[in-house]
Design a protein around this ligand. Structure first.
Ligand code: DMJ
Length: 730
């Protein structure tokens, strides 16, 4: 810096104090100005005090820990410059004397900020031949994928790997030999100076593979964090069952071409269900588009879930399975252009948003392979995560998606709400590689388990705010407040069969189930003389006495048992005579659920019914507060599974009775409506159409009347809202 006409101060020096003399993004860079007198000695304090200093910095750089005017200490001025970006900045220093005649000293330096130490890894996959990015975890077999590993500093600047890690970096995979090829075959990642390295992968077998970066040589303590930070789940599929049909209609045509002679006889019924669904869709489209639910009588829309167009999200998978191209396309455009979580500024159930909205988006992604559904699912998942920030790790009951906040609550946790949002969050992690989703849902599940009660749990647990989870004295039941918790034990196992704890928990529950079934299913087959006994699923109060009441919601249970019979290993089913008991329960409970529908004047099932405490435990008069029907799906769901298990046409006949009752007594000119009293004809409509009517009731009926190829149970399963997710995905 040149000397000027400054009284008593002749020279200035501009120094970098850090020994490396390197500026690093994100770290303060120390600089100092030294003032010297005419003899080259440090200037005296009095000589400096009057000098005014100005500093101008370009880009995002700023002074850290100090503000202007800067204070001289003796003849020295120290200040720190900070910048988030790895870039070159201009630093301009002006020094002015109080003497207006004196020169203004101006000095400009360029400071090159380098990237900070490597902080995070990113792994990106592309199809090697086309360069198309692969953001989901469903990847095609036998196609070469180029995998790029980048290391970034805390501000996202590309940076070479932190030197302290040392050694060589290798890409590792859990794939068995001959199941995956790598180029170079060692998986060596040659990091370029920019912080990027590339390898090529080709999977040869379908299934789940984990990949991660490992360090060979260097400081081994870096190993576990490195592996944790880089592990990514990939799922390779032989793309001839999901995500390959370009449209709903090509999907429909493909499965209809596989119809058996009996399927062909039922095709007309499947088409009637298709038409009924379209009738509901059109009513919604015309009068409530973009709102959560249609009020089909008053022809209005209402926002009961924050205003996400929930009916659209919950209908996408049915639209696909039923082959509706135009409507599916319209739904996709809504998801792409109009679905706005910032507008959902109200407190909405975390559980319902998960099973209906997140499940609907993931299911649409499963079937169509369209990435937009996954992108929006990921965004929604991110906005749901704050709900899991509770001392117990069980979710707070509601979330405000627009604000990303959850209200605390001192109300007990509902078992089904904390224990059945896992398959959606686990699937989201499998497809995006973002481990936060699965971690949150797994922690909630573990929290539920920590009450330490085997088998059937009470329906209420301590509030989310209590770190130690405890059971609250409440009823034991399989219907309202509990249902899908039991369902997700089996379905989490289907998602990842190596996690045997889910299967063990499910078996424990099933072994305990006869405690709330009447008559007892333990009677031998000869005693029952091959009859289908109409079992009832009742409830037990906290003090151990029985409550003789059965919810329609519990009618999912026989379907779940049938799924267990189809999927669980034989050795588990032969133990403790489970096979025979489960068959009896699946058939007998389904018969009772059908009876719930068929025995009412309208043929619609009430929300719940009382059960006679005396054998043979028939249904008696539905209580006046339980006589309404939301057109719930559980019986249709069980008929679908029972038909898959047994191939018995009786289940299709029963399904067509359910469907006819819906047409006769719930259809209104612009949709389908819940009804106030299933015993009263003509019915009184409640002017609401629940989104699960379109997500589930019509879907299960359609699948019941369709060929098995309409829903590939070998590769898929349905979440509790009827949305297809992938088996073996994790
Ligand atoms: C749906 O949202 C789901 O099936 C849930 O598991 C239970 N309640 C409704 C249908 O009745």
């Amino acid at each position: 810096m040149q000397a000027g006409m400054f009284p008593n101060v002749m020279q200035f020096r501009w120094l970098f104090l850090d020994s490396t003399e390197k500026a690093v993004a994100g770290q303060p860079f120390r600089t100092v100005l030294l003032a010297r007198d005419s003899r080259g000695r440090q200037a005296r304090p009095a000589a400096c005090d009057a000098l005014r200093v100005g500093v101008d910095l370009s880009g995002k750089a700023h002074l850290s820990g100090a503000s202007l005017p800067l204070a001289w200490r003796l003849g020295q001025l120290e200040f720190h410059i900070e910048n988030e970006l790895a870039e070159v900045i201009d630093a301009e220093v002006r020094i002015e004397s109080p003497d207006p005649e004196a020169d203004v000293l101006l000095h400009t330096s360029q400071i090159r900020f380098m990237s900070g130490p490597s902080h995070s890894f990113a792994i990106e996959l592309q199809l090697a031949d086309s360069g198309s990015p692969m953001t989901g975890s469903s990847l095609p077999l036998r196609r070469e994928l180029s995998l790029t590993v980048t290391t970034k500093d805390q501000f996202g600047n590309l940076t070479p790997l932190n030197r302290s890690v040392g050694g060589q970096l290798m890409l590792r995979s859990s794939a068995q030999r001959n199941a995956m090829e790598m180029r170079p075959s060692t998986g060596l990642l040659s990091m370029r100076g920019t912080g990027e390295a590339q390898v090529f992968l080709t999977a040869l077998r379908p299934g789940h593979v984990e990949i991660w970066v490992e360090q060979v040589g260097g400081i081994s303590s870096a190993q576990p964090p490195l592996k944790n930070a880089t592990t990514r789940s990939l799922f390779f599929v032989d793309t001839d069952h999901t995500g390959v049909y370009s449209s709903p209609s090509s999907y429909l045509a493909a499965f209809r071409s596989k119809a058996s002679p009996s399927d062909m006889q039922w095709q007309a019924k499947a088409d009637e269900v298709r038409e009924a669904f379209l009738h509901a869709w059109k009513g919604y489209e015309r009068y409530a588009w973009g709102k959560d639910e249609l009020q089909p009588v008053s022809r209005l829309g209402r926002n009961t879930f924050g205003g996400l167009g929930l009916t659209i999200l919950d209908s996408l998978t049915t639209l696909w399975l039923m082959g509706f191209d135009e409507a599916f396309e319209k739904g996709l455009r809504f998801v792409k252009d109009d679905l706005d979580f910032d507008n959902a500024d109200s407190d909405v159930s975390v559980f319902e948003l998960t099973i209906r909205a997140l499940g609907g988006l993931l299911g649409a992604h499963t079937l169509s392979g369209k990435e937009i559904f996954l992108e929006r699912a990921q965004e929604l998942g991110g906005r749901l995560l704050p709900a899991f920030q509770s001392p117990s790790r069980m979710p707070w009951p509601t979330v405000n998606l627009a604000r990303g906040t959850s209200k605390t609550s001192t109300q007990p946790v509902i078992l089904s709400e904390a224990g059945s949002l896992q398959v959606e969050f686990r699937s989201l992690t499998a497809r995006t590689g973002d481990a936060r989703f699965r971690r949150a849902a797994d922690k909630a599940f573990q929290a539920v388990q920590s009450v330490g009660i085997p088998g059937i749990l009470p329906v209420f647990l301590s509030p989310p705010g209590m770190a130690k989870v405890q059971a609250v004295a409440s009823k034991f039941a399989f219907g309202a407040l509990a249902d899908s918790y039991y369902e997700y034990l089996l379905k989490q196992w289907l998602q990842r069969p190596s996690e045997k704890n889910f299967k063990e928990l499910f078996l424990e529950v099933m072994d305990a189930l006869p405690g709330i079934v009447r008559p007892s299913p333990s009677a031998s087959e000869t005693e029952q003389m091959g009859r289908v006994v109409h079992y009832k699923l009742i409830e037990m109060t906290a003090d151990g006495s029985l409550d003789w009441k059965m919810d329609h919601l519990s009618c999912f249970a026989p379907g779940l048992i049938a799924l267990g019979l189809m999927e669980l290993p034989q050795h588990d089913l032969v133990e403790k005579g489970r096979n025979a008991t489960w068959w009896r329960l699946a058939e007998g409970l389904t018969a009772s659920c059908f009876e719930l529908w068929a025995s009412s004047a309208t043929g619609l099932a009430p929300e719940f019914s009382k059960v006679n405490s005396k054998a043979p435990h028939k249904f008696i008069e539905a209580s006046s507060n339980g006589r309404h029907s939301f057109l719930r799906p559980e019986t249709a769901e069980s008929l679908f599974y029972l038909y898959r298990l047994t191939g018995d046409e009786k289940y299709r006949r029963w399904g067509s009775k359910l469907f006819q009752a819906i047409l006769n007594h719930a259809k209104v000119p612009h949709g389908f409506s819940s009804v106030r009293d299933v015993k009263a004809i003509p019915t009184s409509p409640m002017d609401e159409m629940q989104t699960f009517v379109m997500a589930e009731t019509f879907k299960y009926l359609f699948l019941l009347f369709s060929p098995a190829a309409a829903f590939d149970m070998n590769h898929l399963f349905l979440n509790t809202e009827g949305h297809p997710l992938k088996r073996n995905e994790l």
